[in-house]
Design a protein around this ligand. Structure first.
Ligand code: SF4
Length: 335
């Protein structure tokens, strides 16, 4: 894989081979077993994983913990075993199957991609970045993940965890959130790839990022790359850094709005018929453990959250379709 070598940090030239060897050896012994991960190459060639499984699991993994994805993925694949089955599913069935994974919009994005593969490629996954990028609902990361994990291509797959781990390994980071500039990360990620072993390499980086080199508290003393890591000796990494304070999330009644969204969809999953909008807001409050009586303004904000869900296709009004959402309007999962 070509990379811009002028951007590589000095430490790269000294340590990247040793780091690569250490991480791959560690992964050989410590690899986690996941339903989306095959570790043995087929017939001595590259590791091959069904691209559909890669697509579904990667979209799930983007905002859900791997243990939860591991628990939910097999059932999801039983229900929607192929691209065609996913493309043909009703939104309601899809959102019901997404239960427990959170961030429901991803389910709709996934279906958009499946429909694109069916419509433009007769249900066969394209391999080129250009064709994959042209599919609706696929971001740059997912495109690279499909190329690498499904087709064994030597392309860098960089999410926030890989960005963090590579930064710490090869750049002297002075705070838990410090990372290399994006262009440097891209150059390093491409240059450090072991040719023909890109699948295991990325899985190793991801395991290291989720178990040892975690965002807030890296456990450098047990890290397989500690001898060569540029940041390992810097104790500040283990400390809470002022940069770690995240900007506050928008809330309703002191509870993040995304939780309200999740509980509203959750209520609709179990509803047999349309639920009045105001009742849906009240149900969500109950599920969130909010016990005070909501003020008028708060109820209006709750309706506004629900209106956004309808706009995004995660819920639907029965009967009236136009105009501002009113508290008595009946809402259900989309068909
Ligand atoms: S030595 Fe510490 S900072 Fe470096 S990769 Fe390992 S856990 Fe991360």
């Amino acid at each position: 894989m070509a990379s811009n070598s002028a951007l590589l940090p000095v430490t790269f030239h000294r340590f990247h081979r040793a780091i690569r060897k250490q991480l791959l050896a560690w992964f050989q012994k410590e690899a986690k077993s996941f339903p989306w991960r095959r570790l043995e190459p087929e017939e001595g060639g590259a590791v091959i994983v069904d691209p559909y499984v890669v697509l579904v699991s990667e979209v799930m993994l983007q905002q859900t913990q791997s243990a939860r994805v591991a628990a939910r993925l097999p059932e999801f694949l039983r229900q929607f075993p192929t691209v065609a089955a996913l493309a043909a599913a009703s939104k309601g069935d899809l959102l019901r199957a997404w239960q427990g994974l959170g961030y429901n919009r991803r389910a709709l994005r996934l279906q958009l991609a499946a429909r694109g593969i069916l419509e433009h490629h007769s249900g066969v996954f394209p391999r080129s970045a250009q064709q994959l990028r042209a599919l609706p609902g696929l971001g740059e990361y997912t495109v690279a993940a499909i190329q690498c994990f499904a087709f064994g291509m030597d392309v860098p797959v960089v999410d926030v965890n890989v960005q963090r781990v590579l930064s710490r390994l090869l750049f002297r980071c002075h705070g838990a959130r410090q990372v290399m500039p994006p262009a440097t990360v891209a150059a390093v990620a491409a240059a450090i790839l072991p040719a023909g072993d890109s699948f295991r390499w990325h899985q190793a980086l991801m395991d290291l990022g989720s178990t040892i080199c975690t965002a807030r508290k890296p456990r450098c003393s047990v890290c397989p790359a500690r001898r060569n890591c540029a940041s390992g000796p810097i104790s500040q990494l283990a400390l809470f850094h002022p940069d770690d304070v995240r900007p506050p999330e928008p809330t309703l009644c002191g509870i993040p709005r995304r939780f309200w969204r999740g509980k509203m969809v959750e209520t609709l999953r179990h509803a047999k018929a349309g639920v009045p909008a105001h009742q849906l807001v009240a149900e969500a409050a109950k599920l969130l453990g909010y016990q005070k009586k909501m003020k008028l303004k708060e109820e209006r904000d709750g309706l506004e959250i629900l209106a956004t869900l309808i706009q995004e296709g995660l819920a639907a009004r029965t009967g009236v379709q136009e105009g501002e959402l009113r508290e008595g309007d009946l809402v259900m999962l989309p068909g």
